[in-house]
Design a protein around this ligand. Structure first.
Ligand code: HEM
Length: 398
């Protein structure tokens, strides 16, 4: 590990941290300074205790969402046609955040997402049909990665055969692009170009049943919403809805491949599913978003300055022993589980009902058809790290 001291020099892109961030998070959490600081990647703070992370998420006027990525922005700033296109509501602060979020919530209500269940199950079955006879598959690349991108494309009303391009653009923004500003900028431009064309197409040929059209026709205070808002939402749907859920599905399968007793528990007691899903989300929470400090302040003794960035380490909060008994153990029927895998406060995940549905259907379908499976070689599993963590290669045999 290149990190010298986790309290003053942690590196979220360090290869060992990406593989297993929990020892570093534990060391910080149990030290006299549970909010670490690093100068790496433009500098950031890393709170690790549940209580602190929830408190910071709730103080949204001090810890703003002006910058949700923790590495410095690309050197070439956005100008021209896409200046002002952000990723609402995740990049918005009050008062705009309120309407930015309100307009998208109906798409994610439990009844609204329920209509994707059958299609998601069919998709999962088709993916399994493609590899089941071979007795092996990559649970991350051949399965988990293929699901959320198609669900989101269906929801937005854009062709699902663009899935590979969407996936590569999202990885360009959230994975490779976090440490390579040029890739980040290019990938972001591809997403924005694509959705600009989709918006123009719907303006010329209105449709009545997709999310983009519905948003274009939405009004706030009697005025049509700005197109920049709709464009930004499309951008966010891809960024927020793809890597995150794919990482959760992949990490859960990685876990189940190594725990025959948990596979048996789920087979013997199907009522366990809702609790099991929450526990897998807690233990393998994929998302760490950032905040930007609005003004100089002191938080838990840490002198923070306007513009400083904070890593909202929801995965670290979910492993805090002050909040969860035996936090490193996966206990599928864990009773007290107020996890923050979906965040906390005003930015709490708007897509959580859809994410839970996709995770449940993906795991149930897999276990129904492939009840017994194991990792081919634990050493060959690769993980993406940074701000969305999950397995990217995970070969299994059955
Ligand atoms: C397991 C999968 C997922 C996880 C773990 C997850 C996690 C999160 C987290 C932690 C936040 C809060 C960010 C912050 O505090 O800055 C968030 C926000 C958000 N997520 Fe998710 N997410 C998942 C899937 C999805 C899906 C499928 C969608 C829908 C396409 C989605 C849409 C959103 C939106 C719109 C926000 C912003 C909400 C706001 O700012 O008001 N997420 N998510």
């Amino acid at each position: 590990m290149t990190t010298i001291d986790p309290l003053t020099d942690y590196d979220i892109f360090d290869a060992e941290f990406v593989l297993d961030p929990f020892p570093v998070m534990d060391a910080i959490r149990e030290s006299e300074c549970p909010i670490a600081h690093t100068e790496r990647w433009g500098g950031s703070w890393l709170p690790t205790r549940y209580e602190d992370i929830v408190a910071m998420a709730q103080e949204h006027d001090l810890f703003t969402s002006r910058s949700i990525i923790v590495t410095p922005p690309p050197p070439v700033q956005f100008e021209g046609p896409y200046a002002g296109v952000a990723a609402p509501p995740i990049s918005s602060d009050p008062p705009e955040h309120h309407w930015h979020r309100r307009l998208i919530l109906p798409f994610f209500a439990p009844q609204a997402v329920a209509k994707y269940e059958d299609g998601t199950r069919d998709l999962c079955n088709q993916l399994i049909d493609g590899f089941i006879d071979g007795g092996k598959a990559d649970a991350a690349a051949d399965y988990a990665q293929q699901i959320p991108v198609r669900v989101i494309a269906t929801m937005l009303g854009v062709p699902t055969d663009m899935s590979d391009e969407f996936t590569s653009w999202v990885r360009g923004v959230l994975e490779v692009g976090l440490t390579d500003p040029k890739v980040r900028l290019e990938s972001r431009m591809k997403i924005l170009d694509y959705f600009r064309a989709q918006i123009d197409d719907r303006k010329a040929n209105p449709r009545d049943d997709d999310m983009i059209t519905t948003l274009l026709n939405s009004e706030v205070d009697g005025q049509k919403v700005p197109e920049n808002y709709v464009h930004g939402v499309c951008n966010l749907m891809l960024i927020a809805g793809v890597d995150t859920t794919w990482s959760s599905i992949g990490a859960s399968l990685w876990h189940l491949a190594q725990h025959p007793e948990h596979r048996a528990q789920l087979r013997d007691d199907p009522d366990l599913w809702p609790m099991a899903i929450e526990e897998l989300l807690r233990a393998y929470a994929p998302v760490t978003m950032a905040r930007q400090v609005d003004r100089d302040t002191e938080f838990q003794g840490c002198p923070m300055h306007a513009g400083d960035r904070i890593l909202m380490a929801f995965p670290a909060a979910n492993r805090d022993p002050r909040q969860f008994e035996n936090p490193d153990e996966v206990i599928l029927d864990r009773e007290h589980n107020r996890h923050v895998a979906f965040g906390a406060g005003i930015h709490r995940c708007a897509g959580s009902n859809l994410a839970r549905l996709e995770l449940r259907v993906a795991l149930q379908t897999w276990l129904a058809r492939i009840p017994e499976f194991q990792l081919v070689d634990p050493a060959t599993v690769t993980w993406a790290g940074g701000q969305v963590r999950g397995p990217r290669k995970c070969a299994v045999a059955f």
